[in-house]
Design a protein around this ligand. Structure first.
Ligand SMILES: Cc1cc2nc3c(=O)[nH]c(=O)nc-3n(C[C@H](O)[C@H](O)[C@H](O)COP(=O)(O)OP(=O)(O)OC[C@H]3O[C@@H](n4cnc5c(N)ncnc54)[C@H](O)[C@@H]3O)c2cc1C
Length: 331
């Protein structure tokens, strides 16, 4: 994609983390660039002007060139083009961010590992996480986009990482800290200035039952190749039609005939997890009594009513998916 800016972009390319933080010290406004699939989209803006859109005028590239003085032949069109941050901190050359480690207890993934690479790890990847990754865009985007970029841009992986009780490593020039994904993703300003997400650690526990549902904008479901547009891009009709979609994950552990653990997370415009409803089911015999699915739904109804989120359409989709998910554990 051709990128035309009125300002010059400076792309900084540190070779390791210590170089990155010393560059960040000098250029504190530099924005990290991982795969670039979201950064370029989010910085795109409508730039008004006189543009040539004929192959002859732009040297045959088909790119839209901004002209200083509008020649008569220039088409007066409005084009959407990326306006990137002035200083970009490319993470591309930092090998430490591409590591994948597996121990008996967890899978640890560097922030620059591509979504497609994680899927290719196969069975060691917890089912909820793998299904979520497979539901993101198509293979082309998945082989450019990184897990760090997906988390930091509020992408689909958040629900599964929170349900799996993953922890995230955050670094700054002074050191690093680990923070639960659920806490990190619940904070509006989760990264402070000059902080980087470096590693994702996912506990490797046995989950015997997994439900993954992706709701796209306007409440319709399209698990593959769909993308939730930002609210500002949507035509505003009523409160419901402005609901962005989200991802619901329901995972269950059991010991013999007893449900020992259930984690249910919805990540959309808000991150939702109701621990009271989880405790209601823990310790119950499997298969569950059918009435428990209805009771469980009521917990979530009360939880959503309290939050006044989301609108009716998405609310129904979430509640039905939860009820059906629990019903799958009944006889
Ligand atoms: C056609 C298309 C379809 C898509 N479909 C989906 C979809 O279905 N689901 C979905 O979730 N997303 C989707 N996306 C959005 C996007 O591709 C993903 O969220 C992607 O994972 C972002 O990763 P990236 O490496 O490209 O991030 P970038 O674009 O490089 O960065 C995204 C943001 O995160 C910051 N960032 C990146 N890495 C770090 C880090 N390590 N530490 C701190 N900040 C960091 C950047 O500064 C930037 O603000 C789609 C995008 C396209 C173009």
């Amino acid at each position: 994609m051709a990128v035309h800016n009125q300002i010059h972009n400076q792309i900084l390319r540190p070779g390791n983390l210590s170089e990155l933080f010393s560059l960040w010290n000098r250029f504190p406004n530099a924005v990290p660039l991982a795969g670039g699939t979201e950064l370029i989209r989010s910085f795109r803006s409508r730039v008004k002007g006189n543009y040539s859109n004929s192959p002859q005028e732009d040297g045959g590239t088909g790119a839209c060139m901004q002209s200083g003085s509008a020649p008569d032949s220039a088409c007066r069109v409005y084009r959407e083009q990326p306006v990137l941050p002035e200083e970009i901190l490319s993470l591309e050359k930092i090998e430490e961010l591409r590591n994948i480690t597996r121990t008996e207890r967890y899978l640890e993934i560097g922030a620059m590992v591509l979504l497609g690479e994680i899927i290719a790890l196969g069975k060691i990847v917890p089912n909820a996480f793998s299904l979520t990754l497979q539901g993101i865009a198509g293979p082309l985007v998945r082989n450019m986009a990184t897990i760090g970029g997906n988390i930091c841009s509020g992408g689909d992986t958040i629900a599964s990482l929170c349900a799996l009780d993953a922890v995230l490593e955050i670094r700054n020039s002074g050191g690093s800290r680990w923070i639960p994904a659920l806490r990190f993703c619940s904070m509006p300003e989760n990264l402070k200035k000059c902080e980087l997400l470096t590693r994702i650690r996912i506990p490797l526990e046995e989950w015997s039952y997994t439900v993954y549902r992706k709701f796209s904008t306007f409440g319709s479901e399209s698990p593959e190749h769909s993308f939730t547009a930002p609210a500002s891009d949507l035509p505003v009709k009523d409160a419901d039609s402005r609901d962005n979609g989200g991802v619901l994950i329901l995972i269950v552990q059991n010991q013999k005939n007893m449900l020992t653990s259930i984690n249910v997370v919805f990540a959309g415009d808000l991150l939702l997890r109701d621990k009271d409803s989880e405790s209601f089911l823990e310790g119950k015999a499997l298969p569950l009594d059918r009435r428990d699915a209805g009771h469980y739904r009521k917990f979530w109804e009360a939880y959503l009513d309290n939050l006044k989120y989301p609108g009716l359409l998405l609310r129904d989709k979430i509640l039905n998916a939860i009820e059906m998910g629990i019903a799958g554990l009944s006889d």
